[in-house]
Design a protein around this ligand. Structure first.
Ligand code: SF4
Length: 330
């Protein structure tokens, strides 16, 4: 991405595996390389189980890669331990899909949003009320909500509390893990608008995990499309509609419901089912659902290649010597 935006996080060739039954191994992330920049949003999109949350959990230092490294301002986070790791966690915070699951129902909003500040001794107990009021103002909630309990609030209000808590330590990166997926569409819009405003004001980098490509393309500056633990395509969100090349990205876009679509045309859905992540075939992982599958696709896994400075694709269609996109970069 850009020379003008400050690079703060680099994932280099990250692989994450888990042992599975029958002596098998589940590869949740395979050779992932992605960057995050201040004030920019990296979206990760893909179907359930594609490995997007696993990747962001490693970015948030909740898990460590088995291979590769994740550098935060040049430092390998996988090597941090004990107090150094605890201190580092202030830099990267998370907002989850269901914030109430992360809150104790007995805690008031003031205690929820101020807990990280007290844990890291950023404030004293007597400063709690003022700090909580300031955080609620940032997320556009009435200040007297500090006395409420989460169960007395709507889903959108609870999610704003989750965002306020994530903001408390003034992190450089916030990971939003399906943070708006459980909300009604109208509430989702207002929460997204809030996230966008906060990003502009505080120059925060977001990692935005979502299964909805229509939403991701509208909020993310750069989008990585994942399938069965692999990156299939990376390109700017605003260009997905017109310039995506990978058959999987195009299939996801084809399945998007749009009010302005031609209702005489059937809504396309992605053909077939993804193979078991424990039995990914040799060659291209998308081969059994791809209408353009060729012989080579069943034998050789396509590498992620540059199509232009900010666009990469892993597909044999764009590797051939005479490929239009190699002769005429976008
Ligand atoms: Fe389809 Fe082959 Fe491209 Fe895979 S590599 S997406 S099977 S054309």
């Amino acid at each position: 991405m850009s020379e003008t935006h400050e690079l703060i996080l680099e994932a280099k060739h990250v692989t994450k595996k888990y042992p599975a039954s029958g002596g098998k191994t589940l590869v949740a992330n395979r050779d992932i390389s992605l960057n995050m920049y201040r004030g920019r949003t990296l979206g990760i999109v893909g179907e359930s189980g594609c490995g997007k949350s696993t990747f962001m959990r490693m970015v948030a230092s909740l898990e460590k890669p088995d291979q590769g490294e994740i550098l935060y301002r040049g430092k390998d986070m996988g090597k941090l331990k004990g107090e150094a790791l605890r201190q580092h966690r202030q830099n990267i915070q998370m907002v989850f899909q269901d914030p109430s699951a992360a809150f104790s129902p007995r805690m008031r909003v003031m205690d929820i949003v101020c807990e990280p500040l007290l844990n890291f001794k950023r404030i004293r107990k007597k400063e709690k009320e003022a700090a909580a009021r300031k955080l609620l103002e940032m997320v556009e909630l009435p200040e007297d909500f500090i006395w409420r309990h989460p169960h007395n609030m709507s889903g959108g209000q609870r999610q704003r509390v989750g965002i306020a808590r994530a903001l408390a330590l003034e992190p450089e990166i916030i990971i939003c893990d399906e943070a708006t997926s459980a909300l009604d569409v109208s509430v989702q819009k207002t929460v997204i608008e809030l996230l966008v405003r906060l990003q502009k004001e505080k120059n925060i980098a977001y990692g935005f995990i979502c299964h909805d490509i229509a939403l991701v393309q509208s909020v993310a500056h750069q989008v990585a499309v994942m399938y069965l633990g692999n990156i299939m395509e990376v390109l700017p969100g605003e260009r997905i509609g017109k310039e995506s090349l990978h058959p999987y990205t195009q299939a996801l876009m084809g399945a998007v419901f749009d009010l302005h679509m031609d209702f005489d045309e059937p809504i396309k859905s992605i053909e077939g089912e993804a193979p078991s992540p424990l039995n990914i075939p040799e060659g291209c992982p998308f081969q059994n659902r791809c209408r353009q599958c060729m012989e080579i696709c069943r034998k050789i896994k396509p590498a992620l290649k540059n199509i232009s400075e900010d666009h990469q694709v892993a597909c044999h269609l764009y590797e051939r010597k005479n490929c239009f996109f190699h002769r005429n970069p976008l």
